[in-house]
Design a protein. Structure first.
Ligand code: ZN
Length: 256
């Protein structure tokens, strides 16, 4: 299950690995079942007694907690025995919009398969850190960037080029997203399923796609185009990953 490169075994054969809690669900009276994203991919573990008052490791069972976890293997299951906190991203909760964007990141990660994807681990932590601490970047910029790069990491790169993804001609004023080939197409190639997209959305996608996270702030992106870009990326996720993020939908529909 683990990529040996990123994990350490202590003298008791416990596994020590940096992990982020993506989801925590109650298990029995006092325990929790965790979905974690680690340096070696996604995996699951139980943490005992965290719902009791004054539980020592209560923080380690909270979504967004990032720390160096220690797991012991019990049969086919992993049990959290300790956690050294690195960041809880607690300040994210002080801003509702940024918090919901963070929840959308976790929700998307929860629904996809991730094996040995160190890039996704880094992308996720960087996105959460910028959402929490770098308010010069909006939550929409960060979430759109996260989704585009995540699709790239998963090998599902969304085609954003100057030419129609179907016939190859230059894209004129009226353009569409076509779920069938997961690309942007011209008016001549549109089908019943194509969705018309604004030029500003197309430009936003192209700029974000070509950008690095540290240079997003320099891009001149309009909020309304970012909103529509996220609506389009929501469709792309549904089309390529075959699930619908309820949290992303909630974020996109709450203000309009
Ligand atoms: Zn075409």
């Amino acid at each position: 299950m683990f990529k040996i490169l990123h994990l350490t075994l202590d003298k008791m054969d416990n596994i020590i690995i940096k992990s982020l809690v993506i989801k925590a669900t109650a298990k029995g009276e006092a325990d929790a079942f965790l979905t974690l994203l680690s340096e070696a991919g996604k995996f699951y573990a139980t943490i005992k007694g965290v719902k009791k008052a004054n539980a020592r490791l209560a923080y380690a069972a909270q979504p967004f907690n990032f720390g160096e976890y220690i797991f012991s293997k019990r049969g086919n299951n992993y049990l959290v025995t300790n956690c050294t906190e690195i960041d809880t991203f607690f300040d994210l909760q002080k801003d509702y919009d940024r918090y919901i964007a963070g929840c959308a990141v976790l929700d998307i990660l929860d629904k996809i398969t991730i094996d040995n994807e160190y890039q996704i681990f880094l992308l996720t932590l960087k996105t959460l850190a910028k959402l929490t601490y770098e308010h010069t970047l909006t939550e929409k910029q960060l979430l759109a960037f996260f989704i585009l790069k995540l699709l790239h990491c998963l090998g599902l790169r969304f085609q954003v080029s100057a030419n129609c993804a179907s016939c190859g001609t230059d894209l004129a004023h009226t353009i569409y997203y076509e779920p069938y080939n997961n690309g942007i197409i011209c008016a001549m190639c549109k089908t019943l399923y194509s969705m018309k997209i604004e030029r500003g959305v197309f430009t936003t996608l192209k700029l974000l796609d070509a950008s690095k996270m540290d240079s997003i702030a320099k891009l001149k992106l309009q909020d309304e185009h970012l909103h529509d870009t996220l609506l389009l990326l929501d469709k792309v996720i549904q089309n390529t990953l075959e699930f619908k993020s309820v949290v992303l939908d909630k974020m996109l529909n709450s203000k309009f």
